[in-house]
Design a protein around this ligand. Structure first.
Ligand code: PHE
Ligand code: ZN
Length: 895
C-alpha cells in the first residue's frame, strides 16, 4: 500500500528543533478508546476529555486544538455531542486535524477513524503480524491509530475496549487491568482494559490474536502478587521458559539493587514475528520481537540466551525509567534509553561475569557507536534537531547514553548514584522529564556541580585522550600529563573540554599494582586504581612516593568512552596483557597490541610484502591458552582479534582486502605456532553435562569454539580441518556448537560446507528464527560469490522484504557485517544496497533508513569507492516519493 502520509517531498523536510519546544496547549485527562477489529478496516472510536493547559482569562485566549494524525480515514467528529463541520470547525491535512476554535474551558471530543492494519507494512501503528493484531506506537505510531496529541508530555488515563472475532482473536490485550469481558453477537467478543497510570500515547498497546500463554507468578518485595504472562504464537510456547526466568530475575534485581518494585498485578509480554525493533516497553504489555523471547538449546545460541535475558530485563526496567518517569520530548530519548541500557548492563554484570560483560559492551560500542560518532550522522546524546525521530534510535542515544550514565556512576559511587536515583524518581514520578532534570537530581542529591559534565549530552564526537608519563627517580614521583581533544563533528567545529573520569593504575616490575595517592591527598586515600577527574584540555597529576613503574594502565574498566592516543611499547602492552589486575585493561592491551600488528601487516601487504608478527604477541597468546586460573569466557575474549570493521576504523583510506588478508595471516600464524595448545584447549573443554546456556559450560564452549576457529585457519581446505568442523557440527547437541563450525564452513566453501548448510536448512526449515541465522551465515561469508548468493537467497521462500528480521538477517548482515564483499571494487555491493533501500522505502521506511547507514561511511574509503558510494546516495536522493526517514539519512550522509 503506498503510504503517502509518511512520505515527504524530498525538497521540503521539516526540521524539528529542541530549542523550539513549547509545552502543550491542552491536557487530555482521560481517553476512552474502542476498537472494532477487522484486518482491512478497523474502526477506532475515541473520546477525549480535553482541558486547557494554559490560562484562559477570556475567550480570546483560547487556542486551536491540534491533533496529530497520519494515514487515517476520519469517519466522524463531535464536540460535547455536537458534530463538527469540516472547514467551519476543523481542518484536516497530511499531518493531523485542528479544531480551529474550541470552546473555552474543558470539553469532550469524540472521534471515529478507520484504519487498515492489513495494509500497514510500516509496522507502526496497528498492524498484523502473522495474523495477530498488534501495535507499535513509539515514537509516533499512535497518530496512525487515531487523532491525538501524539507527544510524550501529554499524559492520559486510558480506558480501552477491544471487540473482535472470537475464533481468530480469543486473546484481547491492552495496558493495565482487565476490567470486563463479554460476548457479542456474530461470533465476536470484547474485553475492557483500564490503566490506572497516566501515560503518553507512545506507551499504549493493543494485541489481539490466537496466542498461547505461559503463566507464572511473582511476589514483590512488599508482597504484591503479580501474574506474569508470556504470549506467543501456538507451537512456540515450549520456548518461553528462559524469558520467564529472566523476567523474574530482572524483577528481583530491580528491587534489591535499585529499590524499585513492580506496580500492577499483571505483567504481560507478547512475542510477534514481525517487529521493527527488538522490543517495546508499553505499560504492562511489553511487545517483543520473537528473537528476544524464544529459546531452547536446539535453536538458540548462548549469545541468544544472553540477549533475551538482557532485553527482557531492559523492557521491564523501563517501567520505572521510561514509563513512571517519561520523556518530555523526543530530544530527551536518552533520558530513558541511556539510563535503561545502563541498568540492563548492570543487571547482566551482576548475574554474569562483570569483566566479560564490560568487554562485550565495549566491543559493541566500538563497532557501532564510535563509527557513528566519527561519521556524517554524528549527533549528541541529546540531539538538537531531527527530521524523523525514528532515525535517532541510535547507538549514540542508547550505548553512548549508557556510558554517560556509567560515568556519573563512577563519579558519584554506587551510594551517591542511588541517592540521585531516589531523588530523580521522587521529583519526577508521573511526569515527563528532561536529561537536565536527571543530572540536576544527581547533582542535588550529592551536592556536587555537574554543569561541565552536561557537555556529554550536548557535544558529539568521541574524545581523544593522550597520556604521557615521566618518573623522577630523585623524588620518587610519577607525573602524568593528560590531554583531551575532540574531533569536529557536523555542526560542531569547536569542542569544549569534558569532565572525564579516567581510571589509571601503575604496575611494578612484578606486575603488582603500585598503591597510588595524588599529591596533596592523604596517604589513606591510596588505591590500586585511581580515578582521575579530567576537566581541562591539559592537566598534570603527580603521584609522590612511588617506585619506578614498569607499565602504565589506563582507562581501566573503560571508565570513559574515549579513544586513547598514547604510544605504548610492544613490551609494555605484552606485559599488561599478561599482568594487569584490571581484566578489562588486560583484554584491551591485547587488542591494542593486535591492532598494531595488524595495521603493520596491512602496510606490508600493500607494499607487496609478507607480514611478520612479533613472537612476544604469540607468546602472550600462548600464556592465555595455558593459564588454568583464567576465566574461560574471558580467555575467549582475549583470544579474539579485533574485527575487520574496527581495524578499518583505524586506517584511512580503508583497504578491505588488505585488512582481511592481514587478519587471516595473523590467525594462521597463531594457529601454526600454537597448534598443540589449541588442540589441548579444544579437547579439554568438551562439555559433557546437560546443556545450560550460562556459567562455566557456556564459557567452555566459547573458549573451545575460539580454538576451533583458529584450528580451522590452519589449512582450511585440507581434509583434516574440514573434517573437524563437520564433526563438530554433527556432534553438537546445541545451537552454539552448530553455529560455530557452520560459520567457519560458510567462509571456506566447497562441498563439505554446502552439504552442512543444506543439512542445517533441512533441519530447521520450519523455524523462522533459525532460518534467519542460516541467511546471515551466508551473507557474512568471505567467499567471492557472496553477493550472488545473497541475491539468490532473496528468492528463497523464507525471505520477504516486508519482514524486518529477514531483511536484517540477509541484507543487513551483508551491508553491515561483511566489509570485504560489500566494498567490492566494482561497486556491485553498493548498487545492490541502494536498490534494496529504494524498494524497501516503499514498504517500511524505518527499516529502509536504518539499512542505509553503511553508505554514509564513504569518506573512509579510497577515491574510486568514494565516488561509487556517493553516486548511489545521490541516486537514492533523486528518487521520487522518498520517505522522510531515508531522505534524512541519505542527505546527511552526503554532507
Ligand atoms: N523503546 C524500545 C526500547 O528501547 C525500542 C523501540 C523504539 C521499539 C521504537 C519500537 C519502536 O526498549
Ligand atoms: Zn529501551
Amino acid at each position: 500500500m503506498p503510504d503517502t502520509a509518511t512520505a515527504a517531498p524530498a525538497q521540503t523536510p521539516t526540521v524539528i528543533r529542541r530549542e523550539d519546544y513549547t509545552a502543550p496547549d491542552y491536557a487530555i485527562d482521560s481517553l476512552a478508546l474502542a476498537f472494532d477489529l477487522e484486518p482491512g478496516a478497523t474502526r477506532v472510536k475515541s473520546r477525549l476529555a480535553v482541558a486547557p493547559a494554559h490560562e484562559q482569562g477570556s475567550a480570546a485566549d483560547v487556542r486551536p486544538l491540534k491533533l496529530d494524525g497520519e494515514a487515517l480515514k476520519l469517519v466522524s467528529i463531535a464536540l460535547d455531542g455536537q458534530p463538527l463541520a469540516e472547514g467551519r470547525d476543523y481542518r484536516v491535512d497530511d499531518s493531523g486535524l485542528t479544531v480551529t476554535a474550541p470552546p473555552q474551558g474543558s470539553f469532550t471530543l469524540e472521534i471515529e477513524t478507520e484504519i487498515d492494519p492489513k495494509g500497514n507494512s510500516e509496522l507502526s501503528g496497528l498492524y498484523l503480524s502473522n495474523g495477530i493484531f498488534c501495535t507499535q506506537c513509539e515514537a509516533e505510531g499512535f497518530r496512525r491509530i487515531t487523532y491525538f496529541p501524539d507527544r510524550p508530555d501529554v499524559l492520559t488515563r486510558y480506558h480501552v475496549t477491544i471487540r473482535g472475532p472470537k475464533d481468530s482473536c480469543p486473546v484481547l490485550l491492552s495496558n493495565g487491568n482487565l476490567a470486563e469481558t463479554g460476548e457479542l453477537s456474530d461470533g465476536r467478543h470484547y474485553a475492557v482494559w483500564d490503566d490506572p497510570f497516566p501515560k503518553p500515547s507512545y506507551l499504549f498497546a493493543l494485541v489481539a490474536g490466537d496466542l498461547a500463554c505461559h503463566e507464572e507468578g511473582f511476589t514483590t518485595h512488599s508482597g504484591r502478587e503479580v501474574a506474569l504472562r508470556i504470549y506467543v504464537e501456538h507451537g512456540k510456547e515450549s520456548r518461553t521458559g528462559w524469558a520467564m526466568d529472566s523476567l523474574k530475575r530482572a524483577m528481583r534485581w530491580d528491587e534489591t539493587r535499585f529499590g524499585l518494585e513492580y506496580d500492577l498485578d499483571l505483567f504481560n509480554i507478547v512475542a510477534v514475528s514481525d517487529f521493527n525493533m527488538g522490543a517495546m516497553e508499553n505499560k504492562s504489555l511489553n511487545v517483543f520481537n520473537d528473537k528476544y523471547i524464544l529459546a531452547d538449546p536446539d535453536t538458540a545460541t548462548d549469545g541468544d540466551y544472553a540477549g533475551i535475558e538482557s532485553v527482557v530485563a531492559h523492557e521491564y526496567f523501563h517501567n520505572w525509567t521510561g514509563n513512571r518517569v517519561t520523556c518530555r520530548d523526543w530530544f530527551q530519548l536518552s533520558l530513558k534509553e541511556g539510563l535503561t541500557v545502563f541498568r540492563d548492563q548492570e543487571f547482566s554484570s551482576d548475574v554474569r561475569s562483570r569483566p566479560v560483560e564490560r568487554i562485550q559492551t565495549v566491543r559493541a560500542l566500538r563497532a557501532r557507536q564510535f563509527p557513528e560518532d566519527a561519521g556524517p550522522l554524528a549527533h549528541p546524546v541529546r540531539p538538537d534537531s531531527y527530521i524523523e525521530i525514528n532515525n535517532f534510535y541510535t547507538p549514540t542515544v542508547y550505548e553512548k547514553g549508557a556510558e554517560v550514565i556509567r560515568m556519573l556512576h563512577s563519579l558519584l559511587g554506587e551510594d551517591g548514584f542511588q541517592k540521585g536515583m531516589r531523588l530523580y524518581i521522587e521529583r519526577h514520578d508521573g511526569q515527563a522529564a528532561t536529561c537536565d532534570d536527571f543530572v540536576a537530581a544527581m547533582a542535588d542529591a550529592n551536592d556536587v556541580d555537574l554543569e561541565q559534565f552536561k557537555r556529554w549530552y550536548s557535544q558529539a564526537g568521541t574524545p581523544e585522550v593522550e597520556v604521557t608519563g615521566a618518573y623522577d627517580g630523585d623524588s620518587g614521583t610519577y607525573e602524568m600529563t593528560v590531554r583531551q581533544t575532540c574531533p569536529p563533528t557536523p555542526g560542531q567545529p569547536e569542542k569544549q573540554p569534558l569532565q572525564i573520569p579516567f581510571a589509571v593504575g601503575l604496575l611494578d616490575a612484578q606486575g603488582q599494582d603500585i598503591p597510588l595517592a595524588l599529591e596533596g591527598e592523604d596517604s589513606g586515600a591510596t588505591s590500586a586504581t585511581k580515578v582521575l577527574e579530567l576537566r581541562e584540555s591539559e592537566q598534570r597529576f603527580r603521584f609522590p612516593g612511588v617506585p619506578e613503574p614498569r607499565a602504565l594502565s589506563y582507562n581501566r574498566g573503560f571508565s570513559a568512552p574515549v579513544n586513547l592516543k598514547s604510544e605504548q611499547s610492544a613490551e609494555e602492552l605484552a606485559f599488561l596483557m599478561a599482568q594487569d589486575s584490571d581484566p578489562f585493561a588486560r583484554w584491551e592491551a591485547g587488542q591494542r597490541y593486535a591492532l598494531r600488528l595488524l595495521l603493520q601487516a596491512v602496510e606490508t601487504l600493500q607494499a607487496g610484502g609478507v607480514p611478520e608478527f612479533d613472537t612476544a604477541f604469540i607468546d602472550a597468546f600462548r600464556e592465555i591458552l595455558r593459564d588454568p586460573q583464567l576465566d574461560k569466557a574471558f580467555a575467549a575474549e582475549a583470544l579474539t582479534l579485533p574485527g575487520e570493521s574496527y581495524i578499518g576504523e583505524q586506517m584511512q583510506p580503508l583497504d578491505v582486502d588488505a585488512i582481511h588478508r592481514a587478519r587471516e595471516a595473523l590467525r594462521r600464524r597463531l594457529a601454526e605456532t600454537l597448534t598443540d595448545d589449541l588442540q589441548e584447549v579444544y579437547t579439554v573443554n568438551t562439555v559433557t553435562e546437560a546443556y545450560s546456556p550460562e556459567g562455566e559450560q557456556a564459557a567452555q564452549r566459547a573458549l573451545r569454539n575460539t580454538a576451533l576457529s583458529y584450528l580451522s585457519a590452519l589449512a582450511p581446505e585440507e581434509g583434516a580441518a574440514l573434517e573437524r568442523l563437520v564433526d563438530h557440527y554433527h556432534a553438537a547437541d546445541n545451537m552454539t556448537d552448530r553455529m560455530a563450525p557452520l560459520r567457519l564452513l560458510a567462509d571456506i566453501g566447497g562441498e563439505a560446507a554446502e552439504a552442512t548448510l543444506q543439512d542445517f536448512h533441512d533441519r530447521y526449515r520450519d523455524n523462522d528464527l533459525v532460518m534467519d541465522k542460516w541467511l546471515a551465515l551466508q551473507a557474512v561469508s568471505a567467499r567471492p560469490d557472496t553477493l550472488e548468493r545473497v541475491k539468490a537467497l532473496e528468492e528463497h521462500p523464507v525471505f520477504s522484504l516486508s519482514r524486518p528480521n529477514k531483511v536484517r538477517a540477509l541484507i543487513g548482515t551483508f551491508v553491515q557485517a561483511n566489509p570485504l564483499r560489500y566494498h567490492a571494487a566494482d561497486g556491485s555491493g553498493y548498487r545492490f544496497h541502494a536498490d534494496r533501500v529504494l524498494t524497501l522505502d516503499g514498504i517500511n521506511s524505518q527499516i529502509a533508513a536504518r539499512l542505509l547507514t553503511p553508505l554514509g561511511r564513504w569518506a573512509r574509503m579510497g577515491e574510486e569507492r568514494q565516488r561509487l558510494m556517493k553516486a548511489e546516495l545521490e541516486r537514492i536522493l533523486s528518487a521520487p516519493d522518498l520517505s522522510r526517514d531515508v531522505y534524512e539519512i541519505a542527505s546527511k550522509s552526503l554532507e
